[in-house]
Design a protein around this ligand. Sequence first.
Ligand code: HEM
Length: 302
Amino acid sequence: MLGPPGSAAVFLVVTVDPGGEAAARGTLAELAGWQRAFAFPHPDAGLTCVAGVGAEVWDRLYGTPRPAALHPFRELAGPRHHAVSTPGDLLFHIRAARPDVCFALTAEIMKGLRGAATVQDEVHAFAYYDARNLLGFIDGTENPVGPDAAETALVGDEDPEFRGGSYAVVQKYLHDVAAWEDLTTEEQERVVGRAKSTGLELDAPGSHKEVNTVLGPDGGEQRILRAAMPFGRPGRGEFGTYFIAYARDPQITETMLRRMFLGTPAGGPDPLLDFSRAVTGTLFFVPSADLLQDLSAHGKPR
Ligand code: HEM
């Protein structure tokens, strides 16, 4: 998950059907091998795949113990905005520089899950002009990189059995592009908190940037690792952002979401939500590659 965003991505969310547990475990066990096989002929494509496991299916697949902070995504119903919680047992976040390579791995995963899982959501996303989202703004500027990305995203000694894993929150957003385009560039910049042309920070109280600047008890900024990607079908009026954030503690992402959707604690609600509606919301734990192997071999962490 720490790698480059890629220029193509597939976000696949499925629920495991009753009786489908063995096939799901088998698919997760094979994943690393499939990733290597599909990556090999196209080394420049940088194919990666992250797999996440939801709270409700964890016990069915592996028994206890569960990662300490794994729970179903908590719906947030505010007076104006609603963060829905939607079903999802497994997440596959597949990234590469080529959509065909992403497609091939997705097809293989679906073959592994045939008759064992129900697809809840499948989004084929793409990098868009200069890393912009479909609202026209550069997305990802403030993401941590290098050792900071690992420190932000990976569970450490606080949960030793799950060290090196991560918590992924996904939300599919649909944008009201017509209403957004009715704003002037300056108005849009006040919503986002960044300059549209350069992505540079602006002094914009109440903006998306400010709502998501969350300080921890030590006064330091609490960070998440985002890998959101645009998707859409212009012919159907669909313009979206598939949001995904990795964090060592899901509470950090959840605090941002409460500020965005409910306006509490102080800050928000987020003006970006006047133009963006969340239509899915799910939380997953992403085991490290080693733990995924271990779980597959032993059924539960040793
Ligand atoms: C409609 C969906 C969203 C869109 C289009 C969007 C777009 C953006 C853009 C354009 C930026 C400024 C550039 C950057 O640093 O990336 C940004 C920053 C940020 N966003 Fe979002 N975002 C969305 C949802 C979310 C959600 C759901 C969260 C948190 C749960 C979030 C957290 C952040 C954070 C932490 C920053 C960095 C703030 C800073 O320090 O400057 N975003 N987003």
